[in-house]
Design a protein around this ligand. Structure first.
Ligand code: ADP
Ligand code: MG
Length: 528
């Protein structure tokens, strides 16, 4: 479709007044692409298959038109929404409640792990929309506690994920309990064959397919940086970053479940409020953690990619890739947890020198700039902490919040003098604030800056990476592990080397011959 559709406003889509009112309360300015395209089609009564990336507002894309079309609450289930996980079911039901705010509509999430009796009594009281995981929905249908004869709407949310999790049979059994003249809305991030088969089988022949092209960059409001760290000091480097930046709400990603557990175990005793989340944890525990995080009672959530999938928490200020993701797509998914709904966010990746080319690849794939930052020094940490400590002291001073302590202060100052007393108090606060017993900087910042060198020899001279490496190792007497990334172009090449090797290379290698061609080496002009 064309440009004009992007400019559509919510009130031009055909939604009813109370839904529009609720959207206004949510302060959403414009519908997202999937919303602008899907809402009018759903309102016209078509089945749809919606394909769009995570975080594009698919919940509202089906929720708003369904709520607009629904009849007055009559105690019978009018819509059933299937969701792959309990977290997502809860999340969808919360989003729907916000959209249904000005209507008398009852929405109930049901999922395994929660007391079935409680769900049964809630269902008995009458519910309009049920959002649930397939397994538990089916339990209720079989028990006769969930009746779907009147359901006019079926939503399969994150359908690809539900199939991945092996829910196909449950889904089919549930659908067999639904009336044929229902409206079916299927949402999926990807369109594998199994989804196509499912839709052929259970959806209307005139189903509309709405696919929103993947934007390579949904991350424009996110500032992205990387830190080159030494794997030996990775943890300490992380603590330094956390101590200087003091992120309020931060998700840290690890590659493995074990990695999550280890990082939690390392951070917790140092006074960070942190919990982990991964597939081996009990459902109730994961929900608990997520709730704390959402409510702002947890600064740091450490997760694997799988555990974090689809989880939507507002106001995540930082995403930190403690381990790099496996590919650029997961990178985007991960950092998309921050900078939601147009807010600003910051993403950090901790990489070892070996991973330098991986971060460049991510930069290219995402067409974004990931700038290098250096791990804070103890001086940086001191400066950052001093600033926040002084701010909090000034606040107490300005608001006269210290009356009760005046006599104590008076005596102390008489004995030691004001300056010494103040400094000691600041030291006590400082020690409390800094969570890591940092070694001196020399042990933690062994990674010197890299310098890019220009070599006047390239592909046309029939040189390969290994030739350049052995040329430099021989002429400048280097170890090949010290060399960084090499880019060979047609007529010349670029090479990243640690700054402390530059002189030696320029003095010993430049002007020498490789493949009987003289190689001139210079420091390259800035890349950007
Ligand atoms: P998806 O299901 O596509 O992954 P969600 O429905 O979970 O995305 O929505 C992601 C976030 O975007 C939610 O916090 C939601 O409230 C918010 N959101 C939805 N629509 C809009 C909009 N039109 N403008 C701003 N934020 C929106
Ligand atoms: Mg969703």
């Amino acid at each position: 479709m064309n440009k004009t559709i992007e400019k559509l406003k919510f009130d031009e889509l055909g939604l009813n007044e109370s839904v529009l009112h609720a959207i206004q309360d949510l302060k959403f300015e414009y519908p997202s692409d999937i919303q602008a395209k899907a809402i009018p089609v759903v309102l016209d009564g078509f089945d749809i298959i919606g394909q769009a990336q995570t975080g594009t507002g698919k919940t509202l894309a089906f929720g708003a038109p369904i709520l607009s079309l629904m009849e007055k609450s009559n105690g019978k289930v009018q819509a059933i929404i299937m969701s792959p996980t309990r977290e997502l079911a809860v999340q969808v039901s919360e989003e729907l409640s916000r959209i249904a705010k000005h209507e008398r509509i009852k929405i109930l999430p049901i999922y395994g792990g929660q007391s079935i009796d409680r769900q049964i009594s809630a269902l008995k009281r009458g519910v309009d929309i049920v959002v649930g995981t397939p397994g538990r929905l089916l339990d209720h249908i079989r028990k006769g506690t969930l009746k779907l004869a009147n359901a006019k709407f079926l939503v399969l949310d994150e359908a690809d994920e539900m199939l991945n999790m092996g829910f196909i049979e449950d889904i089919e059994s549930i659908i067999s309990n639904l009336s044929e003249d229902r409206q079916t809305l299927l949402f999926s991030a990807t369109m594998p064959r199994a989804i196509k088969i499912l839709s052929k089988k259970y959806m209307h022949p005139e189903t509309k397919i709405i696919a929103i092209e993947k934007k390579s960059l949904t991350v424009s409001k996110i500032e992205q940086y990387y830190y080159e760290v030494n794997s030996k000091n990775k943890f300490e480097s992380l603590c330094r970053i956390l101590d200087v930046d003091a992120p309020k709400t931060c998700i840290l990603f690890c590659k493995t479940k074990k990695g999550v557990d280890e990082l939690v175990d390392a951070l917790q005793p140092r006074g960070y409020t942190v919990e982990g989340m991964h597939g081996d944890m009990k459902q109730s525990q994961r929900m608990n953690t997520l709730k704390k995080f959402k409510d702002g009672n947890l600064n740091f959530l450490i997760a694997t990619d799988v555990a974090a999938r689809g989880i939507d928490v507002e106001n995540v200020t930082h995403v930190i890739n403690y381990d790099l993701p496996q590919d650029s797509e997961s990178y985007i998914h991960r950092i998309g947890r921050t900078g939601r709904a147009g807010k600003e966010g910051t993403a950090y990746s901790l990489i070892t020198r070996r991973e330098a080319s991986a971060i460049r690849q991510i930069e290219r794939d995402t067409k974004s700039v990931i700038a290098k930052k250096t791990v804070p020094t103890i001086t940086d940490i001191f400066a950052a902490k001093s600033e926040t400590i002084l701010d909090s002291i000034k606040l107490v001073l300005e608001e006269n919040l210290y009356e009760n302590f005046l006599p104590l202060g008076h005596n102390l100052i008489k004995e030691f003098g004001a300056e010494d007393v103040a400094a000691s108090l600041i030291k006590i606060i400082f020690d409390k604030e800094v969570n890591y017993n940092y070694a001196d900087d020399s042990t933690t910042t062994p990674i010197t800056d890299t310098v890019r060198l220009f070599l006047s020899i390239g592909r046309m001279d029939e040189v390969m990476t290994k030739d350049i490496i052995s040329f430099l190792c021989e002429t400048a007497n280097l170890n090949k592990n010290e060399l960084g990334r090499i880019d060979i172009l047609d007529k010349f090449s670029f090479l990243d080397v640690p700054a402390n090797l530059v002189d030696s290379i320029l003095n010993n290698s430049s002007g020498k011959k490789l493949n009987s061609r003289k190689v001139n080496i210079e420091v390259a002009k800035s890349r950007r």
